[in-house]
Ligand binder design. Structure first.
Ligand SMILES: *Cc1c(COP(=O)(O)O)cnc(C)c1O
Length: 232
């Protein structure tokens, strides 16, 4: 068995265990394999091992990989990184979902660029829970206004909230941040919660995650980002 296949099996087992512990049905949780900066060959390996959902951070890398891997059946691309308006078209053209919506301008461009032949783009509003100055995401108080704008756009469907809280050795604080996202989603009538990475997906599942975004535990360490795709 390849390394990716065995790691994937291991992560799936951990997801299942976290679900059982939390009294949840494992079918409620989607495992998103974050393949940013990883070569196509590893994506093929994961796909051959039954993985369907893949996450990419950089718009041009997403475009290129989607093109190179069109023959992989049923594969769903998720764009999970911050997006510039001028690159929104790459996401609109190929993605199943976008997890990092935090600005009306990007939302409008995504809706404008989403073809009628595709289903509406599933969107998660990214929330900056720790209110970190350098991070992307809308502050919790800004969710309502952004939601109002995005819900009026014809080619987008808001399904939930997303967060990438800072890595924190304090499990209690991490759980509290995930719980805050869950409460915020509930208040706004949103069902999906995209939260949890390699470091904390079990805690995220305990707090209600419906999508966990796991890269390193599946693919191993990432090669370093090289300009110009970095930050794309
Ligand atoms: C890279 C990334 C992940 C995956 O991180 P790992 O630690 O490799 O699991 C998840 N979410 C976002 C938004 C990312 O950028």
């Amino acid at each position: 068995m390849s390394t990716v296949a065995s790691r994937l099996q291991d992560v799936r087992a951990q997801v299942e265990k976290a679900c059982v512990k939390a009294g949840r049905n494992p079918e409620e949780v989607t495992l998103l394999a974050v393949s940013k900066l990883q070569p196509d060959s590893l994506i093929r390996e994961a796909h051959a091992a039954g993985q369907v959902d893949f996450g990419e951070n950089y718009a041009q890398e997403l475009r290129d990989k989607a093109k190179a891997l069109t023959n992989l059946s049923a594969l769903r691309w998720h764009a999970i990184g911050p997006l510039q308006t001028n690159k929104a078209k790459y996401v609109a053209e190929v993605a199943f979902a976008f997890h990092a919506l935090d600005r009306a301008g990007v939302a409008e461009e995504l809706s404008r660029r989403r073809k009628d032949t595709l289903p509406p783009l599933r969107c998660f509003l990214e929330v900056n829970l720790a209110q970190e100055e350098t991070k992307s995401g809308v502050v919790p108080e800004g969710v309502e206004a952004l939601l109002h704008t995005v819900r009026a756009l014809p080619r987008l469907e808001v399904v939930g909230l997303m967060a990438l809280p800072p890595l924190d050795p304090d499990e209690g604080r991490t759980r509290a941040r995930f719980a805050t996202l869950r409460e915020l989603a509930h208040r706004h009538g949103l069902r999906e919660l995209s939260m949890g990475t390699t470091a904390d997906f079990a805690l995220a599942i305990a707090e209600g995650a419906t999508v966990v975004r796991v890269g390193t535990a599946i693919f191993g360490e990432r090669p370093a980002a090289v300009a110009p795709s970095a930050g794309a």
